[in-house]
Design a protein. Structure first.
Length: 134
């Protein structure tokens, strides 16, 4: 039988290692930014190549590393499905700064995200009918 915790005991808090080695992309991989969390281990990603993909958080990361909105991640692209990908790693803010300084992630990438959001808002504003006529 396992030991029961008394009221005064707390769970251990695991922290991400701060001095891990920086992971660069290989062939078949791409950097991406999280646009929207969809639930069930999936999220909408804006990849650096300009394509919005549906990302699937792999099983080993699911309960250990928490991914939030606007995080930068490394994704593995699928040869047979261009609109889907698998999330391989999550980058901290310091790692993103390092990738930008090495030229891996362009500094204009955050500007691209705001432009895409503006385009989506403009598409939503154009309604082909008037609600007063209904």
């Amino acid at each position: 039988m396992g030991k029961r915790k008394s009221k005064g005991q707390k769970r251990k808090i695991r922290k991400e290692p701060t001095n891990r080695e920086l992971v660069y992309k290989d062939d078949g991989q791409e950097y991406a930014k999280v646009l929207k969390m969809l639930g069930n281990g999936r999220c909408e990603l804006q990849c650096i190549d300009g394509i919005v993909r549906l990302g699937n958080i792999r099983g080993a990361m699911r309960h250990k590393i928490w991914i939030k909105l606007s995080d930068f991640v490394l994704v593995g692209l699928r040869e047979y499905q261009d609109e889907k990908c698998d999330i391989i790693a999550k980058y901290s803010t310091d790692e993103v700064r390092a990738l930008r300084s090495y030229g891996e992630i362009p500094t204009s990438f955050s500007v691209l995200d705001s432009q895409l959001e503006e385009e989506k808002e403009q598409e939503d504003e154009t309604v082909p009918f008037d609600f007063d006529d209904i």
